[in-house]
Design a binder for this molecule. Structure first.
Ligand code: FAD
Ligand code: SF4
Length: 342
């Protein structure tokens, strides 16, 4: 019998899971809270490590949604757990009796204004990684006007107990190195600095990107946390840091400072999480059933997770999780069919 599978979130995880499930003979319903599909991927320009265009990847994903019922501008109004299903009322008034639910609600970007010492929202010349992606995509941002000295600050709102997140956001070292190379290619006369605590370039070809940044683009990597940013009378920024390799304090004057805002749990998720009594980890992400073998399952039967809803993920990891979740949903539904009705 045809089953209803509800996917919450139309970002990469939700889209990939929907595409993987659409030929299963079930009714796939995907809802996206915002007015467009794609989640954060819709905001990025080129992807690390090899510079592929985010739009090309997203267009392919959206094209493969053929056969899936999807609704944008739609959220969960109410969700209740029944014996072997979930009774859901959507914000567009449609009711769904879902035999399985996939939560693919993703993440929020850390609000850089909370790190006041870096001056985001105070000084014009301080922007975030997402602002820079917007500029690469649209070329519309008057703050980026032929800068001659550009700095990138790693770990903004990540690995930082004071900001409420001890975890590493995983993607921002590679994003910083990618963006540093891109901006140097755009402004070849500029000096580009990366202020980092540790460089976490763990993925395939990431090390090549790091070597290219140093050898080909001459990016200067400074190991040290930025302690203070101040705007000077001529609108340049004075950045104070400590070079922890030489143990010397450092002052650099910059025309543009880019903050690598980290990955935080999505606030949109909270009402659903509370309604379903799902446990979260210390940083506020949803807890999987275990951290090794049952990554796509939650403590609730029939309720699955994929992508950044459980913590920072790269895109390939997100897509792999979405495909794994699709398989686990089908296996769960098949097992349920074999159980006698209560
Ligand atoms: C600055 C930056 C650059 C990055 N660049 C790269 C890169 O170059 N390469 C790479 O591999 N990875 C990159 N990533 C990581 C990549 O963005 C993530 O892996 C990916 O976006 C995770 O997809 P997701 O679907 O889990 O979450 P998201 O992209 O956050 O999508 C979740 C979707 O769910 C929706 N949603 C949330 N709550 C609800 C609700 N209650 N009801 C309905 N819909 C809801 C949201 O509106 C959103 O559309 C980058 C990340 C950052 C922060
Ligand atoms: S990936 Fe790099 S910049 Fe991002 S939190 Fe981890 S160490 Fe910091």
């Amino acid at each position: 019998m045809k089953k209803n599978i509800l996917i919450i979130g139309g970002g990469p995880a939700g889209l990939e899971a929907a595409a993987s499930l659409k030929h299963s003979g079930n009714n796939i319903i995907l809802i996206e809270k915002s007015h467009q599909l794609g989640g954060h991927l819709a905001r990025w320009d080129r992807l690390f490590p090899d510079g592929i265009r985010a739009r090309e990847v997203l267009d392919k994903m959206i094209a493969s949604l053929d056969g899936v019922n999807y609704f944008t501008d739609t959220d969960i109004a109410q969700i209740n757990i029944l014996d072997r299903s979930y009774s859901v009322i959507l914000s567009n008034g449609i009711s769904v009796l879902a035999d399985a639910v996939l939560m693919a609600t993703g993440f929020d970007l850390f609000d850089a204004r909370k790190k006041e010492e870096y001056g985001y929202g105070i000084y014009d010349q301080v922007i975030t990684n997402a602002d820079l992606e917007d500029w690469f995509r649209t070329r519309e941002d008057s703050r980026i006007d032929h800068p001659k000295r550009i700095g990138f600050v790693h770990c903004v709102g990540s690995r930082d107990e004071k900001s409420g997140c001890r975890a590493c956001s995983k993607v921002c070292c590679a994003t910083a190195v990618k963006q540093a190379c891109e901006i140097k290619a755009e402004f070849p006369d500029a000096q580009v600095y990366c202020f980092y605590m540790d460089l976490r370039m763990f993925g395939k070809h990431y090390e090549d990107l790091y070597l290219k940044a140093q050898k080909e683009y001459g990016i200067r990597f400074i190991r040290g946390r930025v302690s203070e940013v101040a705007e000077q009378i001529d609108k340049t920024l004075q950045v104070k840091a400590e070079d922890t390799l030489s143990s010397k304090p450092l002052k650099v004057t910059l025309d543009l400072l880019v903050l690598m805002s980290g990955i935080r749990p999505s606030q949109n998720l909270e009402p659903v999480r509370k309604a379903l009594q799902l446990a979260k980890d210390d940083d506020g992400f949803i807890n999987e059933r275990d951290a090794v073998y049952e990554l796509q399952k939650t403590s609730m039967p029939g309720l699955f997770v994929a992508g950044a809803v459980t913590g920072p993920k790269t895109l390939p990891d997100t897509l792999a999780e979405a495909r794994a979740a699709a398989l686990q949903i089908l296996s769960y539904l098949a097992d349920n069919d074999k159980k006698p009705a209560k």
